[in-house]
Design a protein around this ligand. Structure first.
Ligand SMILES: Nc1ncnc2c1ncn2[C@@H]1O[C@H](COP(=O)(O)OP(=O)(O)O)[C@@H](O)[C@H]1O
Ligand SMILES: N[C@@H](CCC(=O)OP(=O)(O)O)C(=O)O
Length: 359
């Protein structure tokens, strides 16, 4: 059985982009671009999230050791991103495909305006048959402003664009049930349903040029799959890997997407700690929500926005006595919710399918 996804995010990790000597692996990149072009020619939409700015910078300049790691990374990435995008651009050109550069920061996912600008631009690029090449803006993202790594960024892009699948290419065959190098460790081929604690068998160590390691891949993949997006973790250093993953012909790890609304609710139920915003609802809304009828939270029943949030965030629903009634995914951000407080005939703030009510 092959996977017939229409919108696919492909993430190329530092370790796939880079050779052992820290320089870009141009042959590998060329081979991957050929496969992406073939996928695109089938009428599918592809968004590429690619690491490699620092590695590309390293191939162009040597910098003195007197600079600290942060300054060195900024400098290398700033120089290297030009080379990275030029490399992709000239390789895609061979297939008459246009690609574009999209550099983002963590802040762009927190700020609603930035979020919508980014989403609208990516949609527009896809409508114009362009392959967006996304990377973190390493020049401005330093220390706490940074994504854990580009896996986190790829997961956010996948849910923002409602992709069917995210393929994460790394330098191992998938997630192993122990140390990948230890004899007897095997690749976990399928992760479905209940939440798995990967920390028990995935070590926090990362490979030579990676940033987050396999733990962030596992956490991000579980979250993304719970939102209904399939995640495949596969070995990008193997030939024909993308076509083989899509044809289900190669061993790798697949996180089965949660297709049921109840599964999504289950995931939301575990997400109280990640809830960013909170709204207070009136007694009428409370009664409607906890009744046996499937009811969404409408602005007419909202009394107050207590803490701000953006579209897609998990928010807490509190009653008039500040008791937690449930959690849900916001269909729009706090600004719009505030404008609509108490108004009739408005779009639900939380759709029933994305609403979990405390028992
Ligand atoms: N249980 C495990 N299964 C697979 N890889 C693991 C595991 N534990 C640790 N790793 C390490 O995670 C690395 C991949 O993550 P990372 O360094 O972030 O790569 P990338 O740059 O491709 O994102 C592997 O090279 C491997 O050494
Ligand atoms: N943005 C950086 C890469 C960040 C990073 O290392 O991410 P990852 O490949 O996921 O470990 C770059 O382009 O060099």
């Amino acid at each position: 059985m092959s996977f017939n996804y229409q919108r696919i995010i492909i993430k190329i990790g530092s370790n796939v982009f880079t050779k052992e000597n820290g320089l870009p692996d141009l042959q590998r990149i060329e081979h991957l671009v050929g496969q992406i072009a073939a996928i695109k020619k089938q009428g599918k939409e592809v968004i590429l999230v690619s690491s490699g700015a620092v590695a590309s910078g390293r191939s162009l300049i040597t910098i003195s050791e007197k600079y600290d790691a942060i300054a060195a990374r900024q400098l290398l990435a700033s120089i290297g991103q030009v080379k990275l995008i030029n490399t992709y651009s000239s390789l895609f050109e061979r297939f008459n495909i246009l690609c574009s550069q999209v550099l983002v920061t963590k802040e762009d996912f927190r700020d609603r305006m930035h979020y919508l600008n980014m989403k609208n631009c990516l949609e527009l690029l896809l409508q114009h048959q362009v392959i967006p090449v996304v990377n973190e803006n390493d020049v401005v993202s330093v220390t706490e402003l940074m994504f854990t790594d580009n896996d986190e960024l790829a997961g956010l892009i996948a849910s923002m664009l409602n992709a069917q699948a995210l393929i994460v290419l790394t330098n191992v065959d998938g997630i192993y049930n122990g140390d990948p190098k230890a004899p007897g460790s095997t690749v976990i081929e399928e992760v479905a349903g209940s939440v798995v604690d990967f920390a028990t068998f995935v070590s926090s160590g990362r490979s030579q040029f990676g940033r987050g390691g396999m733990i962030t891949k596992s956490t991000m993949s579980q979250k993304t799959a719970q939102l209904g997006i399939a995640v495949h973790i596969a070995n990008g250093t193997r030939d024909h890997i993308l076509t083989d993953v899509l044809e289900n012909k190669v061993i790798h790890t697949r996180f089965v997407p949660n297709k049921t609304a109840s599964g999504k609710k289950k995931w939301i139920a575990h997400s109280e700690k990640s809830a960013t915003g909170a709204v207070k609802v009136n007694d009428g809304a409370r009664a409607a929500l906890i009744s046996s009828k499937a009811t969404s939270l409408l602005p007419v029943g909202i009394v107050n926005v207590i803490t701000d949030f953006k579209k897609g965030d998990i928010i807490k629903l509190l009653d008039e006595k500040n008791k937690l009634i449930g959690l849900g995914i916001a269909e729009y951000g706090a600004d719009k919710a505030k404008e609509r407080i108490g108004q009739k005939n408005q779009k639900p703030l939380v759709h029933y399918d994305y609403l979990y009510l405390q028992g």
